[in-house]
Design a protein around this ligand. Structure first.
Ligand code: TPP
Ligand code: SF4
Length: 325
C-alpha cells in the first residue's frame, strides 16, 4: 500500500510511531505495510505484555529480514495463547519446541538452512523467563558458546505464568508468587543479560514494552549481526503481578525509570549504550500498583524490604550509569 500522509498529529505522548517522524524512521506498527506477525484471535489476557512485546519484536524481525524468518517457541504463555492446536495466530513458519530445548531446536534450524544454502533465512528462538533462565538455560548457554546464528528473545514476566505464577530464577526479591507466599528471597536468582554478556556473544540487549521504538531498533540491530544474539524484554503480566490490564505499559516504564530494570546494549561482552533515566523515581511507585508486592505495604509497611529493593535500583543506576552526570 502506498504511503499516505496523515491528516492530524499526536505529540507529547508515548504513542508508538509518532506521526511527526519521517516515514522511514517510523515504528513498524505505524507503517501501513506492517507485517502483523502475531495476528488477532490469540487468547492472551487483556493487557498482556508478552503478547505486545512479541508482536513488536517479531514484526521488526520480519521487516529486517524481508520476511525470511523462522521461529522456535518454548512452551509457556506465548505458545499456549497463540497456538491452541490446530489454530495459530502466527503469520510466520513457527515451531513449538519442548519447554527446555528451544535454543537447541533453533540451532538445528539454523544449521539446516546453512546446509541448504538458504543464508537469507534467519532464525529466532523465543520463550518466557522460566524456559530461558531455568529449564532452557543449558541449551541456551551452549548456543551462546558455539556462537550459533540465532537471535534468542526472552520475554521476562518474572515467573512461570502459564502454569499459575510459580517462582522462576528471574522472580525479583519480595515478589509474592504461588510458591513464595511472603515474597521471594533476596540475593537469589539469575541475571541472564549479564550471563549472556559473559559469553562474549556479538550482541546482547534489554528492552521493555514501554519503549517499543527502542525494542524495534534493538531487533533490527540484532539482525545486523551473525552468530548468537540475546534480547531480554521486560513484559508486564496483569494476571500474575496483580495490576490493572491498562497499567502494563506504565508499570514497564516505572521499572526502567526507577532503575530496577536497566535498559542497555552490549556488543562482544562490552556495554555500548544505556537508556538514561529521565527522572529517577522511588521504587514504591513501581511496587505499589502490583498486588504481588502488597504485603510490603499492608498490614504494616516493610521499610527494610523496600529499602533493600531501593538499594538494588541505586546499584543499577551506578553500575550502568543510568543518570546523566
Ligand atoms: C519439562 C516440562 N516441565 C514443565 C512443563 C510445564 N510448563 C509448561 S509452561 C510452564 C511455565 C512457563 O513459564 P515461562 O517460561 O516463564 O513462560 P510464561 O508462561 O511465564 O510466559 C511450565 C512449568 C512442561 N511443559 N515441560
Ligand atoms: S498470564 Fe500473563 S503472560 Fe500469560 S497471557 Fe496472561 S497476562 Fe500474558
Amino acid at each position: 500500500m502506498a504511503f499516505q500522509p496523515v491528516k492530524y498529529y499526536q505529540t507529547g505522548t508515548f504513542t508508538v510511531g509518532n506521526r511527526l517522524l519521517p516515514p522511514e524512521t517510523r515504528s513498524v506498527q505505524a507503517n501501513m505495510r506492517r507485517t502483523n506477525s502475531l495476528n488477532s484471535g490469540h487468547r492472551a489476557c487483556q493487557g498482556c505484555g508478552e503478547a505486545l512485546g512479541a508482536r513488536y519484536a517479531i514484526d521488526a524481525a520480519m521487516e529486517a529480514t524481508q520476511r525470511q524468518l523462522v521461529a522456535a517457541n518454548a512452551t509457556g504463555c506465548l505458545e499456549v495463547f497463540s497456538t491452541p492446536y490446530p489454530e495459530t495466530s502466527w503469520q510466520i513458519p513457527w515451531i513449538h519446541s519442548l519447554f527446555g530445548n528451544t535454543a537447541a531446536v533453533a540451532t538445528g534450524i539454523a544449521a539446516a538452512m546453512k546446509a541448504k544454502g538458504k543464508n537469507d533465512v534467519r532464525v529466532i528462538a523465543q520463550g518466557g523467563d522460566g524456559g530461558t533462565t531455568d529449564i532452557g538455560f543449558g541449551c541456551l548457554s551452549g548456543m551462546f558458546e558455539r556462537n550459533d546464528d540465532v537471535l534468542y528473545i526472552c520475554y521476562d514476566n518474572e515467573a512461570y505464568m502459564n502454569t499459575g505464577v510459580q517462582r522462576s530464577s528471574a522472580t525479583p526479591p519480595a515478589a509474592r508468587t504461588a510458591t513464595t507466599t511472603a515474597g521471594n528471597s533476596f540475593n537469589q536468582g539469575k541475571n541472564l543479560p549479564v550471563i549472556a554478556m559473559a559469553h562474549g556473544i556479538p550482541y546482547v540487549a534489554t528492552a521493555t514494552i514501554a519503549h517499543l521504538r527502542d525494542l524495534e531498533s534493538k531487533v533490527r540491530r540484532a539482525m545486523e549481526f551473525r552468530g548468537a544474539r540475546y534480547l531480554h524484554v521486560f513484559v508486564s503480566c496483569p494476571l500474575g503481578w496483580g495490576h490493572a490490564a491498562d497499567q502494563s505499559v506504565r508499570i514497564a516504564r516505572l521499572a526502567k525509570e526507577t532503575g530496577l530494570f536497566p535498559v542497555f546494549e552490549a556488543e562482544h561482552g562490552e556495554l555500548v549504550s544505556v537508556a538514561k533515566i529521565r527522572k529517577p523515581l522511588p521504587v514504591e511507585e513501581y511496587l505499589k500498583p502490583q498486588r504481588r508486592f502488597a504485603h510490603l505495604f499492608s498490614p504494616r509497611i516493610n521499610t527494610e524490604a523496600i529499602a533493600r529493593i531501593q538499594e538494588m535500583a541505586d546499584r543499577n543506576i551506578r553500575k550502568y550509569g543510568l543518570l546523566d552526570a
